[in-house]
Design a protein around this ligand. Structure first.
Ligand code: ZN
Length: 280
């Protein structure tokens, strides 16, 4: 199943058409895209037997974030070996590096993003997980059953603020408005042949910058959910950015940053694409 946030309303997407959930369920489920995750099991059961005909075409520019108001937004750093090397860090052992992208940075899939003045703004395509069932101290074997679905994310990062100070503070430099586009829809894990092996790519003005596969994750989705849940409960509707493969501007020689007028396109097979236009 694929769901989306169409102009602030929860829809199921079938054959490319949007079916309004509140209307199709005669009010059983709210139109609020974030509210569905607290009733995820019940919603899946309803969607399996519901009549989802009568969908309408829609424009991707009208889509919002599939989980627009998570209570927690976790992001993982250094989760692909080649990216660890290009970023000049050492491979994490034990617990993955974790930071947050503050929730005001979340947007839908097609946006215009203002570049911070004097900044070094960089791209990071990432697989994003949305939690569908509370996960606290869960095993790796049980972890996927706590995942509602997967979407595409861009962990846009301003490197000067990110690396500033005596200890790098990843969260702030990754939380400017519009720095966390997600979408275009949330795809449930059963839709993939192997949800642990998806190709992700990103391009600037049509020039490919990143191409990787999620099977290369140092900490795959099940390990991330299990490890994070040893410390804190993951709540329904929480969002987890899982890390980026190699090819970011920081790791290039010479280094390369986004400029006004650039278009960034990020995609994951079986999910869809994000499209960001940068302005000064
Ligand atoms: Zn990242």
């Amino acid at each position: 199943m694929r769901i989306a946030n169409l102009a602030g309303r929860l829809v199921v997407v079938t054959a490319g058409l949007a079916v309004d959930v509140q209307k199709a369920s005669a009010g059983l489920f709210s139109s609020d895209p974030q509210a569905v995750y607290s009733r995820w099991t019940e919603f899946r059961a309803w969607a399996d037997r519901a009549d989802l005909g009568g969908g309408i075409p829609f424009d991707p520019t009208d889509l919002g974030a599939p989980a627009p108001q998570p209570r927690q937004l976790l992001a993982i750093g250094l989760n692909y070996r080649e990216h660890v090397a290009e970023a000049g860090f050492t491979t994490p052992q034990g617990m993955p590096p974790v930071f947050t992208k503050f929730a005001t940075s979340l947007t839908g899939p097609v946006t215009e993003v203002a570049l911070p003045r004097g900044g070094h703004t960089d791209w990071e395509v990432e697989l994003v997980v949305v939690v569908g069932r509370r996960a606290y101290q869960v095993s790796e074997a049980d972890a996927w059953s706590h995942v509602a679905g997967l979407t595409v994310g861009q962990d846009i990062s301003e490197r000067i603020v990110q690396m500033d100070g005596p200890a790098p503070q990843f969260s702030l430099g990754k939380s400017y408005p519009g720095f966390a586009p997600t979408g275009p829809c949330l795809v449930t894990p059963d839709e993939f042949d192997d949800p642990d092996d998806l190709e992700l790519t990103c391009a600037v003005n049509g020039e490919e910058m990143q191409r990787g596969r999620t099977r290369q994750l140092i900490f795959p989705v099940s390990t991330l959910v299990a490890k994070l849940s040893t410390v804190l409960p993951l709540l329904p509707g929480d969002v987890i950015f899982t890390g980026t493969p190699a090819g970011v501007g920081l790791g290039r020689s010479p280094q390369r940053w986004l400029s006004a007028g650039d278009e960034l396109v990020s995609s994951i097979e079986g999910i869809g694409e994000l499209r960001q236009r940068f302005v000064s």
